[in-house]
Design a protein around this ligand. Structure first.
Ligand SMILES: [Zn+2]
Length: 457
């Protein structure tokens, strides 16, 4: 851990513990997991917590047009902007763990505190972000807040998304007192982000095998979600002859097995973790089955190949398959990844099959990267998800080290800085500012994304 603890104060541990303790009871359910879904009362409590912690540090909280929260130290629209942003999300999957998301937000606050306690004054504004509805647990689209922000998800489509309770996103926003008509891409909010670093619990066991508490994330695998509808014919379980049945459960069984086989053939990961059976009665042949598929792979053609094979099977059963979300492979800017790895003492550099807001921002041209904190079991999206406390502290300290480097040294936050804080963090870099160096160079996606990527607002 000493290798990643270049900016540290005795209080990082205590700060992290206090932040963590306040969040722990919110949305906790029997069995120890969490249900923190977007735009619910639990979500409102988490947002209030975020705003309270920001206010306690004198940060200005802004909600963008996509519902994401930003807490700023210094003016990202001023001459020293754009800023360096740390953060993650606070929502969870159904019965999710405590760490996925919240660890990145509490670590961001703890890193800011450690940085300030070290007597630093940033050359550029510093922000902490809390992204809305990252898991897509309620409305089915992962990273909905960051996708809306960048324009990768249109407000028209987002507002019509419907949760299991029948409420659409538009209904849910109205219930919180927000105007659904205001939802949409927010290029101004995006422009304020000169660099984004998201700390996250590792969702695998690479760091256990490598013997390190912290890694730098180099990229996100391509992934997507599909909704399958398999039609049947409702009938009596006790009087309908087997040969007369149109039973969509058999199609579902074939689908799940074929999904697994196709994933194996194409070196992909595929999961059918959610189904809805109508009418869901013990003594009735179902009228319809809905199933959701999650497919990921290291390379995009493998994802397409699995989808293609599943499509054929679904069509053979008279069903339909519809893409709900699809994300291309994301490679974080190589120079930024190398820089972070070097700063932290040559820690491991990993890619991940899990989607993250940092990936969505990177696709939109923001220089973004991630830090991963060791997960002893590799389990995630489940109540037993865990990270050792010492590793969490090492992660927060690593994030403080990253912050100190990316924020630079200036005379005052948002006050013009050291003269090195030029424009262009978003514009493709190469103008000599630190963000240009951090995000620029070979493999810099900003140049690609800035060249007319359809996902960019
Ligand atoms: Zn997450």
């Amino acid at each position: 851990m000493a290798s990643v603890s270049q900016v540290s104060t005795p209080s990082t541990d205590a700060t992290l513990a206090s932040l963590w303790g306040a969040l722990e009871p919110v949305g906790r359910v029997d069995g120890g997991g969490y249900r923190r879904f977007a735009w619910t009362s639990e979500d409102a409590t988490l947002r209030e917590w975020f705003a309270g912690e920001a206010a306690a540090r004198g940060l200005e909280v802004v909600e963008d047009r996509a519902g994401n929260l930003w807490a700023w130290w210094g003016d990202p629209d001023g001459p020293a902007g754009p800023g360096v942003v740390l953060g993650s999300h606070l929502d969870s999957v159904p019965d999710g763990g405590a760490f996925d998301g919240p660890l990145g937000v509490v670590s961001a606050f703890a890193a800011l505190d450690a940085y300030r306690a070290g007597g630093h004054t940033p050359a550029r504004p510093v922000g902490i972000a809390c992204f809305a509805d990252e898991e897509g647990a309620r409305f089915g689209v992962a990273c909905a807040g960051s996708r809306l922000l960048t324009g990768a998800l249109t407000p028209e489509r987002a507002l019509a998304l419907q949760g299991d309770d029948g409420a659409t996103l538009a209904d849910a926003l109205r219930a919180t007192g927000r105007d659904p008509g205001g939802l949409g891409p927010d290029p101004d909010a995006l422009r304020r982000v000169g660099a984004f670093v998201e700390l996250h619990i590792e969702q695998g066991r690479d760091l256990v095998e490598l013997g390190h508490p912290v890694a730098v994330g180099a990229g996100v695998w391509p992934h997507g979600r599909w909704r399958v509808r398999l039609p049947g014919q409702a009938n009596h379980a006790g009087t309908t002859r087997l040969e007369d049945r149109l039973d969509p459960m058999l199609a579902l069984a074939a689908l799940v097995l074929e999904l697994r086989r196709a994933a194996g053939r194409h070196r992909a990961l595929a999961t059918c973790g959610k189904v809805r059976v109508h009418p869901n009665a013990v003594n009735a042949i179902p009228a319809e089955v809905l199933a959701w598929l999650d497919i990921r792979a290291e390379v995009d053609p493998a994802v397409s190949a699995v989808v293609g094979e599943v499509e054929t099977l679904v069509a053979a059963h008279g069903g339909e398959i519809r893409e709900e979300s699809r994300t291309a492979p994301t490679t974080f800017p190589t120079a930024l990844v190398r820089r972070l790895a070097g700063l932290l003492g040559e820690v491991p550099v990993l890619t991940t099959g899990a989607g993250h807001d940092a990936g969505i921002l990177a696709e939109a041209g923001v220089p973004a990267a991630m830090l991963f904190v060791r997960n002893p079991t590799g389990v995630s999206h489940a109540p037993s998800e865990h990270a050792e406390w010492a590793d969490c502290v090492a992660g927060a300290e690593a994030l403080a080290t990253v912050l100190a480097d990316l924020a630079g040294e200036g005379e005052g936050a948002g006050a013009g800085g050291d003269g090195g804080a030029g424009e262009g963090g978003q514009a493709g870099g190469g103008d000599g500012d630190r963000r240009g160096q951090a995000g620029g160079g070979d493999g810099d996606r900003r140049g690609q994304a800035g060249g007319g990527d359809g996902g960019r607002p």
